[in-house]
Design a protein around this ligand. Structure first.
Ligand code: BTN
Length: 249
């Protein structure tokens, strides 16, 4: 595969024409001691995976990549990196769309343009005893040339939103650069700067939302993002702290 992507150290790019899933490959590499900063990128995936066991449509023309990290912290803290990744993707998307396009972050880690999903992030980790973590894989999918029509949440793409001449290579570079800057900030300063920046782009903060949990759907006001990244929902006069779920309006 001819590659015209250049990523700075400590990134190490492993490109594929086709793969089952970049997350799966990153996990295989993690298990064979690949270092932090390994990036798996494929032009298409045959078994692209989304959150909560869903599939991720993965034809050519869109971005599919996974970054391998080895964060030296408690697993629950490392989950904050999904916000770092979503924010990096939101900034990368905003940088190629016409000025004034509404690029928002949807809890926990989707990116929306004009209310339609353009990108999703899938975190997978290998935890070790006492809450530690061996590796963390951050998989990111970005619709550039195309988007699926038959999905629960309406989707869009960079091209549909007016991005001109945008290549997969350029989006890979921009996302990775922004992610690493955010990762370094998170390591040095903690979650708070990311939390604040994410909130500035948050969709539906202060608005009524529905949150689908495993066994129920709650309706209430999206009050806040707490210091660990949980969604605070004001539901029937009580604050509920939600750590996993799907948000709809
Ligand atoms: C979501 O459900 O919103 C998360 C989608 C994550 C898709 C990306 S594409 C690259 C990486 N490889 C996968 O199989 N999934 C993630």
């Amino acid at each position: 595969m001819s590659v015209t992507v250049s990523l700075p150290s400590p990134y190490r790019l492993i490109p594929f024409e086709t793969i089952d899933s970049t997350n799966e490959e990153a996990k295989r590499l993690a298990d064979s001691d690949a270092p932090e900063g390994t990036v798996v990128w494929a032009r298409e995936q045959s078994v692209g995976r989304g959150r909560r066991g869903r599939s991720w449509v993965s034809g050519r023309g869109n971005l599919y990549c996974s970054i391998l990290l080895r964060p030296d912290c408690h697993a629950f803290k490392a989950m904050q990196l999904s916000f770092v990744a979503a924010l990096a993707m939101a900034e990368a998307v905003a940088s190629v769309l016409p000025k004034g396009a509404f690029v928002n972050c949807k809890w926990p880690n989707d990116v929306l343009v004009e209310g339609r999903k353009i990108s999703g992030i899938l975190l997978e980790s290998q935890n070790i005893p006492l809450g530690g973590m061996d590796w963390l894989v951050i998989g990111a999918g970005l619709n550039i040339a195309s988007f699926p029509g038959d999905v629960e949440f309406p989707a869009t793409s960079v091209v549909r939103e007016g991005g001109k001449g945008v290549t997969v290579e350029r989006m890979l570079e921009t996302f990775c650069l922004r992610f690493w800057a955010g990762f370094v900030m998170w390591k040095n300063l903690g979650f708070e700067p990311t939390r604040k920046a994410w909130l500035r782009r948050a969709a539906w903060i202060g608005k009524e939302i529905n949150v689908r949990l495993e066994h129920e759907t709650l309706t209430g006001e999206f009050k806040a993002l707490d210091k660990d990244g949980a969604l605070i929902l004001l539901h029937n006069g009580c604050e509920r702290r939600i750590t996993a779920g799907d948000v709809f309006v």
